[in-house]
Design a protein around this ligand. Structure first.
Ligand code: PLP
Length: 436
């Protein structure tokens, strides 16, 4: 069977976050990709308006990355992750630290954003304990947050459909309100003006539980998966001040905002706020091989390095942490970003992207448009009694017309690869205009 033949029986694969029965009646299949385009099973080109799932930041099948993976697979396919090493994992950690905000000097490797979130939460809890603050066990997340699908992540996350089926989750978790406010901020360009005071809700939560019980606060600098919720100016700074004042760790989940999405290497750079722990994945390997990286400050790392030297300092890790092929992919990805200036290219294109997107204001059903860097969202009015249906219909139509968009609820999210050109932005926007 050629690798481009679609099997007749699609029933065995229970697809993730997919309406399986609907999909299998009318499958949408990609069989190849290059740069900005996918190729479908029936031979059509589809412009990638979403960098896959917010991850293919350098575009598809880039030669340096492909070659690095091929060579690594032939040279050293796997090395045990525990009590053994291989050079590329150390090299990649160094390269990540080179581009990270100052002070985040140590890297723990994982295989996904979800694992990175769990790792970050566990580091935070363990850090408080090794520091002698073991009563700090509470974790604070935010409404409408997406932190992956594992138990820690859905506990601090704020999406009810991802939480309600799974019991009591982690206890000792509280949530700040989200910052999305259409009545005050609709059609904002860049950061919305209203809502900085919502950061003070953290003070209220701290007063309720007492700071001495709280280990960490986790937020996405820009919430991506729930429809591109952009913080008002000063909001993240305020969270930083409050957490610092109370000895609470601040974790940024940069799974989407990391590696150039906002026109800066990380969201932390865009907002000028450095967290204590930074969660990354997706763009680290250009989405090509599963890998995540959690960055921590020296203060956190060093607090663990105090016991007898023969004792493992942190009882955590994965069979595939720093896997050789993933490390090779990560190194080649970061080189590609550097060679092509992709970590800051979004800043050059952001004004054009903003203008193009906002030209859709006034089209039918559009109740908000928002943007930051190379991320944008178009929020549609829901069909009464049938939320998600309108945006999903737009998604299917766009796919048929050769553009891949992403929808969440009735929000269309756009996040093209960072190699996108103006003409691609025009195609995405004009296709959407036709559909709306
Ligand atoms: N955190 C954030 C902010 C994300 O956007 C995502 C995925 O979209 C995740 C975590 C989970 O990543 P993964 O799907 O690789 O587990």
């Amino acid at each position: 069977m050629s690798n481009r033949t679609v099997p007749n029986d699609l029933s065995a694969f229970w697809m993730p976050f997919t309406a399986n029965r609907q999909f299998k009646k009318a499958p949408r299949m990609f069989v190849a990709a290059k740069d900005m385009y996918y190729t479908t099973a029936d031979g059509r080109q589809v412009l990638d308006g979403t960098a896959g799932l917010w991850c293919v930041n350098a575009g598809h099948c880039r030669p340096k990355i492909v070659e690095a993976i091929q060579n690594q697979a032939a040279e050293l396919d796997y090395a045990p992750a525990f009590q053994m090493g291989h050079p590329k994992a150390f090299e990649l950690a160094n390269r990540i630290v080179d581009i990270a905000p100052e002070g985040l000097n140590h890297v723990l490797f994982t295989n996904s954003g979800s694992e990175s979130v769990e790792t970050a939460l566990k580091v935070a809890l363990a850090y408080q304990r090794v520091k002698g603050e073991g009563a700090r066990t509470r974790l604070i997340g935010r409404e409408r947050a997406y932190h992956g699908v594992n138990f820690g992540g859905i506990s601090v996350g704020g999406i009810v459909t991802n939480r309600k089926m799974f019991g009591t989750l982690l206890t000792g978790v509280d949530h700040m309100p989200h910052t999305h406010n259409l009545s005050k901020n609709a059609f904002s360009k860049g950061l919305p003006q209203h809502g900085v005071e919502l950061a003070d809700e953290l003070e209220r939560i701290i007063t309720l539980h007492d700071a001495s019980t709280i280990a960490a606060v986790i937020v996405e600098p820009v919430a991506g998966s729930t429809g591109v919720l952009i913080p008002p100016p000063g909001y993240l700074q305020r969270l930083r001040e409050i957490t610092k004042k109370h000895g609470i760790l601040l974790i940024f989940d940069e799974v989407i905002t990391g590696y150039g999405r906002l026109g800066t290497p990380f969201g932390a750079d865009y907002f000028g706020v450095t967290p204590d722990i930074m969660v990354t994945a997706k763009g680290l390997t250009n989405g090509v091989i599963p890998m995540g990286a959690v960055l921590v400050s020296s203060e956190i790392h060093d607090a663990f390095m105090t016991g007898p030297e023969h004792v493992i300092e942190f009882f955590h890790g994965y069979t595939y942490s720093g896997n050789p092929i993933a490390s090779a992919a990560g190194l080649a990805t970061l080189e590609t970003y550097k060679d092509e200036g992709l970590l800051t290219r979004g800043a050059e294109l952001a004004p054009y992207f903003e203008q193009a997107l906002h030209s859709l204001k006034g089209e039918r059903h559009v109740i908000d448009i928002r943007n930051i860097g190379l991320v944008g969202a178009i929020e549609l009015e829901s069909i009464p009694g049938a939320p998600t249906k309108r945006a999903f219909a737009a998604f299917v139509k766009a796919f048929e017309q050769g553009v891949l968009i992403r929808t969440t609820g009735d929000i269309i999210a756009l996040s093209p690869p960072l190699i996108v050109e103006k003409q691609h932005i025009d195609t995405i926007v004009e296709t959407l205009r036709g559909i709306l």
